[in-house]
Design a protein around this ligand. Structure first.
Ligand SMILES: C[S@@+](CC[C@H](N)C(=O)[O-])C[C@H]1O[C@@H](n2cnc3c(N)ncnc32)[C@H](O)[C@@H]1O
Length: 234
């Protein structure tokens, strides 16, 4: 099989995303961590905001908190959701949510009796994404976002994109686990990736030039994009 960037129908349309760029940029200007080095920047913050608002989960489990920028974003995107935030090292937080429950125990070691068919796990913890699928299935968690979805040869953990790129029966079996797998498009696609390599299969970028001054931030931070994806387990 070809390395997919999408299986099934993503829960967004390109026109919807284009219409939300400026509103998101205004929100992003209010972010609590000005320079989130080591964490999400505008392209993936936008992706997360769009995906979470569409999914409207009742419970969000965030695995990989770092300075807390993602926690703040998840609150903005879905203020009514219960929020459980996990990091094996919680000492780096600059933003601490008054609403979230924090834990330093790995996702796989915990029980999730509160999980429902609408609950979402947001993984940005640099752990093996394929192993996370089994852990989620056992917990009854179907809606997943993987923030880092590195192409072959890059990153520090096995991603779904890498597992698909291996091809053969293993990739077919992986594809069979999802009714949706959808890489979120980059806002801008730079000439080469952040590693100065050719682009692997990637959804078409939303823009080629900024249409408004507010959209410049997506171009300034375009190289932070790493194929963030939404996956829904069958
Ligand atoms: C890239 S940072 C997260 C960035 C954050 N989502 C943001 O956008 O600001 C990765 C974080 O994963 C944490 N981490 C490492 N192993 C983990 C694990 N097994 N479970 C949860 N978090 C883990 C690290 O301590 C680090 O804070």
């Amino acid at each position: 099989m070809q390395t997919p960037t999408a299986i099934g129908t993503p829960p967004w349309t390109r026109d919807d995303l284009l219409a939300e760029l400026d509103a998101f940029a205004a929100l992003y200007a209010r972010r609590p961590v000005r320079d989130n080095q080591g964490g999400m920047k505008a392209p993936h913050m936008f992706a997360t905001w769009c995906m979470v608002r569409r999914l409207a989960p009742d419970l969000i489990i965030e695995s990989g908190v770092w300075r807390g920028q993602g926690t703040w974003l998840l609150e903005q995107a879905c203020p009514g959701a219960r929020l459980v935030c996990i990091d094996v090292n919680l000492r780096n937080r600059a933003y601490i949510s008054p609403r979230a429950t924090y834990s330093d125990q790995d996702f796989a070691t915990q029980h999730w009796p509160q999980a429902t068919a609408r609950s979402l796990v947001f993984f940005d913890d640099h752990q093996d994404a394929v192993a996370r699928l089994d852990q989620c299935r056992r917990a009854g968690l179907r809606h997943l976002i993987f923030e880092d979805n590195y192409p072959p040869g890059q990153g520090d953990c096995r991603s779904l994109k890498q597992a698909f790129a291996q091809g053969g029966a293993a990739a077919e079996a992986l594809a069979g686990q999802f009714d949706i797998y959808a890489e979120f498009p980059p806002v801008f696609q730079t000439a080469a990736t952040r590693w100065n390599t050719p682009w692997p299969p990637t959804p078409a970028p939303l823009l080629t030039t900024p249409g408004t001054p507010a959209q410049q931030v997506f171009l300034d931070e375009a190289q932070s994009y790493t194929w963030i994806c939404y996956a829904r387990l069958r």
